[in-house]
Design a protein around this ligand. Sequence first.
Ligand SMILES: N[C@@H](CCC(=O)N[C@@H](CS)C(=O)NCC(=O)O)C(=O)O
Length: 219
Amino acid sequence: MLTLYGIYRSRATRNIWLLAELGASYRFQPVIQGYRLPDPAAKDAPLNTTSPAFLAISPAGAVPVLDDDGFVLSESLAINLYLARKFGGTLAPTTAQEDARMQQWALYGVSSIEGPALDISYAYARGEDKTEAGRAVIAAAAEKLQRPFKVLEAHLLREGQIVGGRFTVADINMAEMVRYAQAHAPLMDAFPAVKGWLAACQARPAFKAMWASRLAEPA
Ligand SMILES: N[C@@H](CCC(=O)N[C@@H](CS)C(=O)NCC(=O)O)C(=O)O
């Protein structure tokens, strides 16, 4: 039995998207970020990342977490790579080299793209693009993304997808990191192959289903 702990407004989206692509059945256990609650320790507080019951599962106190019949795994990208290998099929690596490439791109994304992209996402979500200070934060983050986006643009122009010339878990992992920068149109417009690839990823029914549920969840 698979259980995914998390919430739609978290990095669990990448796991929910993949699970839908795989057609996997699983239990979804909502766990909200403690910092989003007025009193995460209150008796009537929902299960959250600071709840002792959750910390017993995940000492890092962060979602998502996967429990596969007692095998507990954290880190959203590792969870996706594990799930893809477990279920197999075209989303999974078919050779050791594809496996290595999927890990390479996941690590490149998390070390070079996710941080500045999240800065952009938070700034737009808070309406800070309407302030001078916020625009400076966005500009600095967009500047940091120039180099990795150039790498991604050239790669996608050459190969069309992240690994193996087909849609795989590597596209989901990367698309969910690039998505955080999507609100910044000038950045996306400067990298048309990245923009087009992301749009194609997000046109998939499994993404759309995940996104509809995310929008339905209170902000
Ligand atoms: N690198 C981790 C990051 C996990 C993470 O920071 N999760 C956030 C939600 S997206 C969280 O649970 N934060 C709770 C907290 O910081 O207290 C992953 O990809 O799973």
